[in-house]
Design a protein around this ligand. Structure first.
Ligand code: HEC
Length: 111
């Protein structure tokens, strides 16, 4: 008798816990990763949100103010190099990558 009455409560409790966990995972997965086909505002935004994560904290070498050519920067971003990850067009589209490379390169003349 008693068990029958609390079973729906347990079921409800378990279900809401599962829902809570799953929604937590989903939002955690959305944070920190560039979302596919995100429209970037400009090179500065991409640098701040993706590259600075490593390049402003000595995980990667500093890349601003080094007169790196935009072609070289684009090549590194698309292909990666050892610990430098490669980024696909779904993460940084070609147009945004061109802006980003210009931004990083441009910073060499305007600190
Ligand atoms: C997960 C960390 C990480 C992220 C994020 C990252 N990089 Fe790097 N990057 C590295 C590391 C580490 C290296 C050094 C690779 C090596 O030479 O072994 C590197 C090297 C480079 C180089 C070559 C520098 C040189 O001295 O020749 C360029 C250019 C570069 N990254 C651009 C970028 C850009 C642009 C972004 C943002 C889209 C970016 N990186 C994001 C880790 C990262």
């Amino acid at each position: 008798m008693k068990a029958r009455k609390i079973t729906p409560l347990i079921t409800f409790g378990v279900m809401s816990m599962v829902f809570f966990l799953v929604s937590g995972w989903v939002s955690a997965a959305q944070d920190g990763k560039p979302s596919p086909n995100h429209a970037w505002k400009d090179g500065a935004e991409i640098y701040a949100k993706i590259c600075a994560y490593c390049h402003d904290v000595q995980v990667g070498p500093p890349i601003l103010n080094r007169e790196l050519s935009p072609d070289y920067i684009r090549h590194m971003v698309r292909n990666g190099n050892r610990a430098m990850p490669a980024f696909r067009p779904s993460e940084i589209d070609d147009e945004s990558l061109a802006k980003l490379a210009e931004f990083i390169s441009h910073r060499s003349t305007q600190p």
